[in-house]
Design a binder for this molecule. Sequence first.
Ligand code: NAD
Ligand code: PPY
Length: 354
Amino acid sequence: MALPEWDGELTSVRHDPDTGAWFVIGVHSTRLGPASGGTRAMVYDGVADAVADARRLAGAMTSKMAAAGLPMGGGKSVIALPAPRAELDDATWHRILHRHAANLNLLGGNYTTGPDVGTSAADMDVLATLTPHVFGRSAAAGGPGSSAPMTALGVFAAIEVGVAEAGLDGVEGLRVLVQGLGAVGADVARLAARAGGKLIVTDVDPARCTAAADELGAEVIDTGDVLSRACDVLVPCATGGLLSPATAATVPCTVIAGAANNLLTDDAAAEVLRRRGITYAPDFVANAGGAIHLVGREVLGWDAAEVTARTRAVGDTLAGIFADARAHDISTVAAAGRAAARTLADGPRPTSTA
Ligand code: NAD
Ligand code: PPY
């Protein structure tokens, strides 16, 4: 397979003939510390797609760690499954986790994994019996538990700062459209409803929509309407790639702040949003709460209160990025990127562990 050029440090690709799964680990950068980022398990169109996804997600983790001031590098694992996760029997899934753990061990701690789409704290518990290079075990197994609540808290802080940047007077009364009501999206919807937002929701799983309608009085829309339904705040919490230059040119909202990694297909989409006056909270800044939780609890020894305070500070980081973007007439992604680049250029710095 001919691989395109990449600015990362290492890509490991392995195949398991017994299950048909492919395992890709992208180590983008160890400049600030050992690389880290979750394991994404899903079906891909082919191994080239899996490699491209792992590399792009790993690059986003480098920016995320730098922007959040965490002493870690960026990496990501992708497991290209032979069939959707729900269709795999327990024996096959366990074999897959065993192969993944063996690959993690080969990297010897230069990369530590954690949960992502398609994997959970329960899967991290299994991996942790096979390798030490795992964050995000369940609380029952002695870990810090799910990162989703902190990710949601950080996204909500991003929404609040984005709303202020757009000149709106708080979340109360605003139409908040949440795409994806999984672990993060459902929590963000609750926080927005509590702040008085008028919830509009969508998910490919109708049961999740019904639950949000019952609990929060949310209006449910079709998944296909997410880019055409007018709202004040768009909160993408499903998968990436929602906004291309073409869709950014028409999306009818004022603020965009969500959890989905790699929400934009490319930086040109951010420039389109800037020219339209849409306030965009860069994904790798807005969704850093999960990384702050995992690295804070498992590397830096922070307690829950410290993790919460640092996650709320995502709002302060974003306010600085918005101000820089405004002052220099650049997109918020360009402003966040150059802040992360400065941190990376400075290199590792001593970190406080309390
Ligand atoms: P999840 O799998 O629990 O939830 C995703 C939800 O999106 C599911 O309910 C799914 O049915 C829905 N969905 C998928 N495709 C959709 C579509 N086309 N339209 C509408 N709904 C759709 O995942 P999560 O943990 O909530 O993470 C959400 C996003 O945030 C992911 O992109 C993830 O990479 C990112 N993220 C998560 C964390 C974390 O701590 N969990 C941290 C950083 C970033
Ligand atoms: C993410 O935040 O996108 C993740 O992949 C979760 C994560 C964060 C830090 C370490 C391991 C996993």
